[in-house]
Design a protein around this ligand. Structure first.
Ligand code: HEM
Length: 408
Protein backbone atom coordinates (compact mmCIF):
# COMPACT_ATOMS: atom_id res chain seq x y z
CA UNK A 1 0.00 0.00 0.00
CA UNK A 2 1.38 3.41 -0.87
CA UNK A 3 0.58 6.77 0.59
CA UNK A 4 -0.37 7.95 -2.90
CA UNK A 5 -3.20 5.43 -2.97
CA UNK A 6 -5.32 7.67 -0.72
CA UNK A 7 -5.83 11.05 -2.34
CA UNK A 8 -6.11 13.85 0.14
CA UNK A 9 -4.44 11.99 2.96
CA UNK A 10 -1.21 13.10 4.52
CA UNK A 11 1.19 10.77 6.34
CA UNK A 12 -1.06 10.79 9.35
CA UNK A 13 -3.98 9.36 7.46
CA UNK A 14 -1.84 6.86 5.60
CA UNK A 15 -0.45 5.33 8.76
CA UNK A 16 -3.92 5.13 10.22
CA UNK A 17 -5.20 3.06 7.35
CA UNK A 18 -2.09 0.89 7.31
CA UNK A 19 -3.12 -0.50 10.67
CA UNK A 20 -6.58 -1.48 9.46
CA UNK A 21 -5.79 -5.15 8.79
CA UNK A 22 -7.32 -7.94 10.75
CA UNK A 23 -9.23 -6.02 13.39
CA UNK A 24 -11.13 -4.11 10.70
CA UNK A 25 -12.02 -7.31 8.89
CA UNK A 26 -13.40 -8.82 12.09
CA UNK A 27 -15.51 -5.74 12.82
CA UNK A 28 -16.94 -5.57 9.29
CA UNK A 29 -17.76 -9.27 9.54
CA UNK A 30 -19.76 -8.53 12.66
CA UNK A 31 -21.75 -5.88 10.78
CA UNK A 32 -22.54 -8.28 7.96
CA UNK A 33 -23.62 -11.01 10.36
CA UNK A 34 -26.02 -8.63 12.09
CA UNK A 35 -27.34 -7.04 8.94
CA UNK A 36 -25.79 -3.57 9.31
CA UNK A 37 -28.24 -0.69 9.52
CA UNK A 38 -29.97 -0.99 6.19
CA UNK A 39 -33.69 -1.39 5.83
CA UNK A 40 -34.26 -1.13 9.54
CA UNK A 41 -37.68 0.33 10.18
CA UNK A 42 -37.35 1.35 13.79
CA UNK A 43 -34.88 2.49 16.39
CA UNK A 44 -34.98 -1.03 17.82
CA UNK A 45 -32.97 -3.94 16.45
CA UNK A 46 -34.27 -5.63 13.28
CA UNK A 47 -33.81 -9.06 14.89
CA UNK A 48 -35.40 -8.00 18.20
CA UNK A 49 -32.18 -8.99 19.97
CA UNK A 50 -30.07 -7.11 22.50
CA UNK A 51 -28.94 -3.87 20.82
CA UNK A 52 -25.83 -3.68 22.97
CA UNK A 53 -22.44 -4.99 21.86
CA UNK A 54 -22.97 -4.26 18.17
CA UNK A 55 -20.55 -2.98 15.56
CA UNK A 56 -21.56 -0.58 12.82
CA UNK A 57 -19.90 0.59 9.64
CA UNK A 58 -19.79 4.09 8.15
CA UNK A 59 -19.85 2.43 4.70
CA UNK A 60 -23.61 2.02 4.36
CA UNK A 61 -26.13 3.95 2.26
CA UNK A 62 -27.00 6.06 5.30
CA UNK A 63 -24.74 7.05 8.17
CA UNK A 64 -25.12 5.02 11.34
CA UNK A 65 -26.55 6.71 14.41
CA UNK A 66 -29.79 7.78 12.73
CA UNK A 67 -32.13 4.79 12.67
CA UNK A 68 -29.77 2.43 14.48
CA UNK A 69 -30.84 1.70 18.09
CA UNK A 70 -30.15 4.47 20.61
CA UNK A 71 -27.45 3.19 22.97
CA UNK A 72 -26.97 4.25 26.59
CA UNK A 73 -24.57 7.16 26.04
CA UNK A 74 -24.34 9.91 23.44
CA UNK A 75 -22.45 13.17 23.19
CA UNK A 76 -23.18 15.74 20.53
CA UNK A 77 -20.38 18.17 19.74
CA UNK A 78 -20.92 21.21 17.52
CA UNK A 79 -17.81 22.72 15.97
CA UNK A 80 -17.30 26.09 14.34
CA UNK A 81 -14.96 26.25 11.35
CA UNK A 82 -12.11 28.72 11.53
CA UNK A 83 -12.89 32.02 9.81
CA UNK A 84 -11.88 31.91 6.16
CA UNK A 85 -12.10 28.10 5.88
CA UNK A 86 -11.73 27.12 2.22
CA UNK A 87 -13.28 24.10 0.49
CA UNK A 88 -9.84 22.52 0.46
CA UNK A 89 -9.39 22.97 4.22
CA UNK A 90 -12.85 21.52 4.79
CA UNK A 91 -11.97 18.54 2.60
CA UNK A 92 -8.79 17.95 4.61
CA UNK A 93 -10.71 18.13 7.88
CA UNK A 94 -13.42 15.73 6.66
CA UNK A 95 -10.71 13.37 5.39
CA UNK A 96 -9.11 13.19 8.82
CA UNK A 97 -12.46 12.80 10.56
CA UNK A 98 -13.66 10.13 8.12
CA UNK A 99 -10.59 8.00 8.67
CA UNK A 100 -10.76 8.51 12.41
CA UNK A 101 -14.41 7.44 12.35
CA UNK A 102 -13.63 4.33 10.31
CA UNK A 103 -10.96 3.33 12.82
CA UNK A 104 -12.99 4.15 15.94
CA UNK A 105 -16.13 2.37 14.73
CA UNK A 106 -14.04 -0.70 13.88
CA UNK A 107 -12.46 -0.63 17.34
CA UNK A 108 -8.99 0.43 16.18
CA UNK A 109 -6.80 3.20 17.59
CA UNK A 110 -6.38 6.24 15.34
CA UNK A 111 -2.97 7.48 14.17
CA UNK A 112 -0.97 8.90 17.05
CA UNK A 113 -3.66 7.74 19.46
CA UNK A 114 -2.71 8.77 23.02
CA UNK A 115 -5.20 6.22 24.40
CA UNK A 116 -4.95 3.16 22.12
CA UNK A 117 -6.12 0.81 24.87
CA UNK A 118 -9.53 2.47 24.91
CA UNK A 119 -10.26 1.45 21.31
CA UNK A 120 -12.78 -1.40 21.30
CA UNK A 121 -15.03 -3.15 18.81
CA UNK A 122 -18.55 -4.35 19.65
CA UNK A 123 -19.46 -1.40 21.87
CA UNK A 124 -22.16 -0.10 19.48
CA UNK A 125 -20.05 2.95 18.66
CA UNK A 126 -21.41 5.24 15.95
CA UNK A 127 -20.15 8.66 14.88
CA UNK A 128 -22.57 10.65 12.76
CA UNK A 129 -21.37 13.75 10.92
CA UNK A 130 -23.60 16.74 10.18
CA UNK A 131 -22.89 19.91 8.19
CA UNK A 132 -24.39 23.16 9.46
CA UNK A 133 -25.56 26.09 7.31
CA UNK A 134 -22.15 27.76 7.68
CA UNK A 135 -20.55 25.10 5.48
CA UNK A 136 -22.70 26.26 2.59
CA UNK A 137 -21.63 29.85 3.08
CA UNK A 138 -18.06 28.88 2.14
CA UNK A 139 -17.34 30.41 -1.28
CA UNK A 140 -17.69 27.65 -3.86
CA UNK A 141 -20.09 25.51 -1.81
CA UNK A 142 -23.13 27.81 -1.73
CA UNK A 143 -24.81 26.12 -4.68
CA UNK A 144 -24.69 22.74 -2.96
CA UNK A 145 -26.89 23.45 0.06
CA UNK A 146 -29.35 20.55 0.43
CA UNK A 147 -32.94 21.48 -0.42
CA UNK A 148 -34.17 20.34 3.00
CA UNK A 149 -31.70 22.36 5.10
CA UNK A 150 -33.04 25.59 6.61
CA UNK A 151 -32.96 27.31 9.97
CA UNK A 152 -35.95 26.80 12.28
CA UNK A 153 -37.69 30.18 12.66
CA UNK A 154 -38.18 31.57 16.19
CA UNK A 155 -41.06 30.08 18.20
CA UNK A 156 -43.11 31.97 20.80
CA UNK A 157 -42.07 29.59 23.59
CA UNK A 158 -38.36 29.56 22.71
CA UNK A 159 -35.79 30.87 25.14
CA UNK A 160 -32.79 30.00 23.03
CA UNK A 161 -29.29 30.45 24.39
CA UNK A 162 -26.32 30.89 22.04
CA UNK A 163 -24.31 28.40 24.14
CA UNK A 164 -26.62 25.56 23.03
CA UNK A 165 -27.36 26.76 19.50
CA UNK A 166 -25.87 26.74 16.00
CA UNK A 167 -22.66 25.16 14.75
CA UNK A 168 -20.89 24.53 11.45
CA UNK A 169 -20.24 20.83 11.99
CA UNK A 170 -21.84 18.21 14.20
CA UNK A 171 -20.22 15.08 15.56
CA UNK A 172 -22.75 12.84 17.26
CA UNK A 173 -21.01 10.03 19.12
CA UNK A 174 -23.02 7.18 20.64
CA UNK A 175 -21.96 3.93 22.34
CA UNK A 176 -22.93 1.45 25.01
CA UNK A 177 -20.98 3.37 27.65
CA UNK A 178 -19.95 6.94 28.41
CA UNK A 179 -16.23 6.14 28.65
CA UNK A 180 -16.10 4.97 25.04
CA UNK A 181 -18.03 8.07 23.98
CA UNK A 182 -15.64 10.34 25.90
CA UNK A 183 -12.66 8.64 24.26
CA UNK A 184 -14.04 9.05 20.73
CA UNK A 185 -15.03 12.67 21.37
CA UNK A 186 -11.56 13.43 22.71
CA UNK A 187 -9.87 11.92 19.65
CA UNK A 188 -12.17 13.60 17.13
CA UNK A 189 -12.01 17.05 18.72
CA UNK A 190 -8.21 16.73 19.05
CA UNK A 191 -7.90 15.97 15.36
CA UNK A 192 -10.30 18.75 14.38
CA UNK A 193 -8.56 21.34 16.56
CA UNK A 194 -6.45 23.01 13.87
CA UNK A 195 -9.55 23.62 11.76
CA UNK A 196 -12.26 24.30 14.34
CA UNK A 197 -13.29 25.44 17.79
CA UNK A 198 -15.85 23.66 19.95
CA UNK A 199 -19.11 25.64 20.06
CA UNK A 200 -21.12 23.40 22.38
CA UNK A 201 -21.11 19.91 23.83
CA UNK A 202 -24.26 18.09 24.90
CA UNK A 203 -24.02 14.71 26.65
CA UNK A 204 -27.19 12.65 26.93
CA UNK A 205 -28.34 9.22 28.04
CA UNK A 206 -31.01 6.72 27.09
CA UNK A 207 -32.21 3.33 28.25
CA UNK A 208 -33.49 1.37 25.28
CA UNK A 209 -33.40 -2.11 26.84
CA UNK A 210 -35.22 -3.87 29.66
CA UNK A 211 -33.44 -5.80 32.40
CA UNK A 212 -33.09 -8.81 30.08
CA UNK A 213 -31.55 -6.79 27.26
CA UNK A 214 -34.67 -6.85 25.08
CA UNK A 215 -35.13 -3.60 23.09
CA UNK A 216 -37.88 -1.37 24.45
CA UNK A 217 -39.01 2.19 23.78
CA UNK A 218 -37.12 4.23 26.38
CA UNK A 219 -38.51 6.81 28.77
CA UNK A 220 -37.84 10.53 29.10
CA UNK A 221 -37.46 12.36 32.43
CA UNK A 222 -41.23 12.94 32.69
CA UNK A 223 -41.42 9.13 32.86
CA UNK A 224 -43.16 8.94 29.47
CA UNK A 225 -42.53 6.18 26.95
CA UNK A 226 -40.94 8.26 24.19
CA UNK A 227 -40.36 7.18 20.60
CA UNK A 228 -43.38 4.95 19.94
CA UNK A 229 -44.63 6.87 16.91
CA UNK A 230 -41.34 6.29 15.09
CA UNK A 231 -42.35 2.73 14.25
CA UNK A 232 -46.07 3.28 13.92
CA UNK A 233 -45.63 5.89 11.20
CA UNK A 234 -42.85 4.00 9.41
CA UNK A 235 -40.93 7.26 9.52
CA UNK A 236 -37.63 5.67 8.58
CA UNK A 237 -38.95 5.24 5.04
CA UNK A 238 -39.63 8.93 4.47
CA UNK A 239 -36.75 10.81 6.07
CA UNK A 240 -34.15 10.45 3.32
CA UNK A 241 -33.35 13.07 0.68
CA UNK A 242 -34.94 12.31 -2.68
CA UNK A 243 -31.62 11.89 -4.51
CA UNK A 244 -32.06 14.94 -6.75
CA UNK A 245 -28.76 16.30 -5.37
CA UNK A 246 -26.30 13.49 -6.14
CA UNK A 247 -23.71 14.52 -3.52
CA UNK A 248 -26.41 14.24 -0.84
CA UNK A 249 -27.74 10.77 -1.81
CA UNK A 250 -28.64 8.80 1.31
CA UNK A 251 -28.70 12.02 3.34
CA UNK A 252 -31.23 13.56 5.67
CA UNK A 253 -31.58 16.71 7.73
CA UNK A 254 -31.36 16.97 11.50
CA UNK A 255 -32.87 19.43 13.96
CA UNK A 256 -31.31 19.43 17.43
CA UNK A 257 -33.43 21.12 20.09
CA UNK A 258 -32.31 21.30 23.69
CA UNK A 259 -35.66 21.29 25.50
CA UNK A 260 -35.63 22.01 29.19
CA UNK A 261 -38.33 20.16 31.14
CA UNK A 262 -39.64 21.60 34.39
CA UNK A 263 -39.48 18.47 36.51
CA UNK A 264 -40.56 20.26 39.68
CA UNK A 265 -43.92 21.50 38.43
CA UNK A 266 -44.48 18.31 36.40
CA UNK A 267 -44.05 16.21 39.54
CA UNK A 268 -46.77 18.28 41.23
CA UNK A 269 -49.40 17.13 38.70
CA UNK A 270 -51.71 14.23 39.40
CA UNK A 271 -51.10 11.24 37.15
CA UNK A 272 -54.35 11.68 35.20
CA UNK A 273 -53.37 15.20 34.23
CA UNK A 274 -49.88 14.05 33.19
CA UNK A 275 -51.45 11.43 30.95
CA UNK A 276 -54.01 13.84 29.50
CA UNK A 277 -51.24 16.26 28.51
CA UNK A 278 -49.67 13.51 26.37
CA UNK A 279 -52.69 11.44 25.28
CA UNK A 280 -50.92 8.22 26.25
CA UNK A 281 -50.60 6.29 29.51
CA UNK A 282 -47.54 6.54 31.69
CA UNK A 283 -47.55 2.85 32.57
CA UNK A 284 -46.89 1.54 29.07
CA UNK A 285 -47.34 4.38 26.57
CA UNK A 286 -50.63 2.98 25.23
CA UNK A 287 -53.03 5.52 23.67
CA UNK A 288 -55.64 6.82 26.13
CA UNK A 289 -58.16 5.65 23.50
CA UNK A 290 -57.19 2.06 24.35
CA UNK A 291 -55.00 -0.81 23.16
CA UNK A 292 -51.29 -1.32 23.63
CA UNK A 293 -48.26 0.91 23.04
CA UNK A 294 -47.92 0.01 19.37
CA UNK A 295 -51.59 0.77 18.59
CA UNK A 296 -52.28 4.04 16.84
CA UNK A 297 -54.26 6.78 18.56
CA UNK A 298 -58.01 6.79 17.99
CA UNK A 299 -58.40 10.53 17.70
CA UNK A 300 -62.16 10.31 17.13
CA UNK A 301 -62.88 8.43 20.38
CA UNK A 302 -65.20 10.31 22.76
CA UNK A 303 -66.27 9.86 26.36
CA UNK A 304 -69.88 9.21 27.40
CA UNK A 305 -70.42 12.94 27.70
CA UNK A 306 -69.05 13.59 24.21
CA UNK A 307 -65.58 14.88 25.13
CA UNK A 308 -62.55 13.72 23.12
CA UNK A 309 -60.74 10.90 24.97
CA UNK A 310 -57.45 12.27 23.67
CA UNK A 311 -57.61 15.98 24.46
CA UNK A 312 -57.51 18.47 21.60
CA UNK A 313 -54.29 19.95 23.00
CA UNK A 314 -52.63 16.60 23.83
CA UNK A 315 -49.06 16.44 22.53
CA UNK A 316 -49.44 13.08 20.79
CA UNK A 317 -52.58 14.30 18.95
CA UNK A 318 -51.08 17.59 17.78
CA UNK A 319 -47.81 15.97 16.66
CA UNK A 320 -49.50 13.03 14.92
CA UNK A 321 -48.87 12.89 11.15
CA UNK A 322 -52.62 12.67 10.50
CA UNK A 323 -53.01 16.13 12.05
CA UNK A 324 -50.08 17.52 10.05
CA UNK A 325 -50.86 16.58 6.45
CA UNK A 326 -48.82 13.40 6.83
CA UNK A 327 -45.63 15.20 7.83
CA UNK A 328 -43.40 12.57 9.41
CA UNK A 329 -40.10 12.86 11.21
CA UNK A 330 -37.90 10.29 12.92
CA UNK A 331 -37.08 11.27 16.49
CA UNK A 332 -33.99 10.16 18.37
CA UNK A 333 -34.30 12.05 21.62
CA UNK A 334 -32.22 11.43 24.72
CA UNK A 335 -32.25 12.69 28.29
CA UNK A 336 -29.89 15.29 29.68
CA UNK A 337 -29.20 16.53 33.19
CA UNK A 338 -26.85 19.47 33.48
CA UNK A 339 -25.46 20.90 36.72
CA UNK A 340 -23.73 24.23 37.00
CA UNK A 341 -23.09 27.07 39.42
CA UNK A 342 -24.77 30.41 38.79
CA UNK A 343 -23.72 33.17 41.19
CA UNK A 344 -22.42 30.52 43.59
CA UNK A 345 -25.69 28.58 43.63
CA UNK A 346 -25.98 25.03 42.27
CA UNK A 347 -28.51 24.93 39.43
CA UNK A 348 -29.80 21.86 37.61
CA UNK A 349 -31.37 21.86 34.17
CA UNK A 350 -32.92 18.67 32.82
CA UNK A 351 -34.78 17.72 29.68
CA UNK A 352 -34.43 16.27 26.23
CA UNK A 353 -31.71 16.59 23.69
CA UNK A 354 -34.46 16.30 21.09
CA UNK A 355 -33.34 15.12 17.66
CA UNK A 356 -35.60 15.01 14.63
CA UNK A 357 -34.52 13.63 11.25
CA UNK A 358 -36.64 14.46 8.20
CA UNK A 359 -36.18 14.90 4.45
CA UNK A 360 -36.85 18.63 4.76
CA UNK A 361 -36.79 20.95 7.76
CA UNK A 362 -39.04 23.67 6.24
CA UNK A 363 -41.52 21.14 4.83
CA UNK A 364 -41.73 18.77 7.79
CA UNK A 365 -40.22 19.93 11.08
CA UNK A 366 -41.06 23.63 11.06
CA UNK A 367 -44.83 23.36 10.43
CA UNK A 368 -45.19 20.64 13.08
CA UNK A 369 -43.13 22.66 15.55
CA UNK A 370 -45.23 25.77 14.82
CA UNK A 371 -48.42 23.83 15.49
CA UNK A 372 -47.03 22.55 18.79
CA UNK A 373 -45.80 26.02 19.69
CA UNK A 374 -49.33 27.38 19.25
CA UNK A 375 -51.38 24.76 21.03
CA UNK A 376 -49.46 21.94 22.76
CA UNK A 377 -50.47 21.37 26.41
CA UNK A 378 -46.88 20.25 27.03
CA UNK A 379 -45.61 23.81 26.49
CA UNK A 380 -46.41 24.65 30.09
CA UNK A 381 -43.59 22.36 31.26
CA UNK A 382 -41.13 22.49 28.34
CA UNK A 383 -38.93 25.25 26.91
CA UNK A 384 -36.52 25.06 23.99
CA UNK A 385 -33.22 26.55 25.16
CA UNK A 386 -31.07 25.49 22.22
CA UNK A 387 -31.54 24.92 18.51
CA UNK A 388 -29.31 23.82 15.65
CA UNK A 389 -29.77 22.37 12.17
CA UNK A 390 -27.53 20.11 10.12
CA UNK A 391 -27.43 18.32 6.78
CA UNK A 392 -26.43 14.72 7.44
CA UNK A 393 -24.88 13.23 4.29
CA UNK A 394 -25.10 9.53 3.42
CA UNK A 395 -22.46 6.98 4.34
CA UNK A 396 -19.26 6.82 2.30
CA UNK A 397 -17.35 4.22 0.31
CA UNK A 398 -14.24 2.60 1.79
CA UNK A 399 -11.35 4.84 0.76
CA UNK A 400 -13.68 7.83 0.38
CA UNK A 401 -14.76 10.52 2.84
CA UNK A 402 -18.02 11.85 4.19
CA UNK A 403 -19.65 14.41 1.87
CA UNK A 404 -17.08 13.59 -0.81
CA UNK A 405 -19.35 14.86 -3.58
CA UNK A 406 -18.99 18.42 -2.26
CA UNK A 407 -15.43 18.46 -3.56
CA UNK A 408 -15.67 16.80 -6.98
C1 HEM B 1 -39.60 18.02 25.93
C2 HEM B 1 -40.35 18.01 24.85
C3 HEM B 1 -41.07 16.79 24.35
C4 HEM B 1 -41.48 15.68 25.03
C5 HEM B 1 -41.31 15.38 26.50
C6 HEM B 1 -42.11 14.81 24.07
C7 HEM B 1 -42.67 13.58 24.37
C8 HEM B 1 -43.37 12.80 23.48
C9 HEM B 1 -44.02 11.56 23.80
C10 HEM B 1 -44.00 10.91 25.18
C11 HEM B 1 -44.65 11.12 22.70
C12 HEM B 1 -45.56 9.89 22.58
C13 HEM B 1 -44.85 8.64 22.26
C14 HEM B 1 -44.18 8.65 20.93
O1 HEM B 1 -44.83 8.49 19.89
O2 HEM B 1 -42.98 8.87 20.91
C15 HEM B 1 -44.35 12.05 21.64
C16 HEM B 1 -44.76 11.92 20.34
C17 HEM B 1 -44.37 12.75 19.33
N1 HEM B 1 -43.69 13.93 19.45
FE1 HEM B 1 -42.94 14.69 21.14
N2 HEM B 1 -42.07 15.41 22.84
C18 HEM B 1 -41.45 16.62 22.96
C19 HEM B 1 -41.21 17.54 21.97
C20 HEM B 1 -41.52 17.35 20.64
C21 HEM B 1 -41.20 18.26 19.58
C22 HEM B 1 -40.44 19.57 19.75
C23 HEM B 1 -41.66 17.72 18.44
C24 HEM B 1 -41.59 18.23 17.03
C25 HEM B 1 -41.52 19.49 16.69
C26 HEM B 1 -42.28 16.45 18.77
C27 HEM B 1 -42.85 15.61 17.88
C28 HEM B 1 -43.48 14.42 18.20
C29 HEM B 1 -44.05 13.52 17.22
C30 HEM B 1 -44.03 13.71 15.71
C31 HEM B 1 -44.62 12.48 17.93
C32 HEM B 1 -45.29 11.22 17.35
C33 HEM B 1 -46.74 11.36 17.08
C34 HEM B 1 -47.22 10.04 16.50
O3 HEM B 1 -46.72 9.63 15.46
O4 HEM B 1 -48.10 9.42 17.12
N3 HEM B 1 -42.17 16.27 20.13
N4 HEM B 1 -43.59 13.06 22.14
Amino acid sequence: MTEQGYPGLGRRGFFGLAGAGAAGAVALGAVAARGGNQGQASAKTPDGGDPRGRSYSPHETHQSGIITPVPAATTLVALDLNPGTTPDALRRLLTILSHDIEALMAGRPVPGDPLPDLAQANVSLTVTVGLGPGVFRIPGLAGLVPDGLAEVPPMAHDQLQPRWSGGDLLLMVSADDATTVAYAVRILTRDARTFTTVRWTQPASWRGVDAEGTPITGRNLFGQVDGTGNTVAGAAEVIWADGSQPWFAGGTTLVVRRIEMNLTTWDELVRDRQQAVMGRTLADGAPLSGGVESDDLDLSATTDDGQPVIALDAHARLAHPSQNRGRTMFRRSMNYTHHEYADGVAVTSAGLVFLAFQHSIPEVFTPVQQRLDQADALNEWTTAIGSAVFAVPGGWEPGGIVAQGLFS
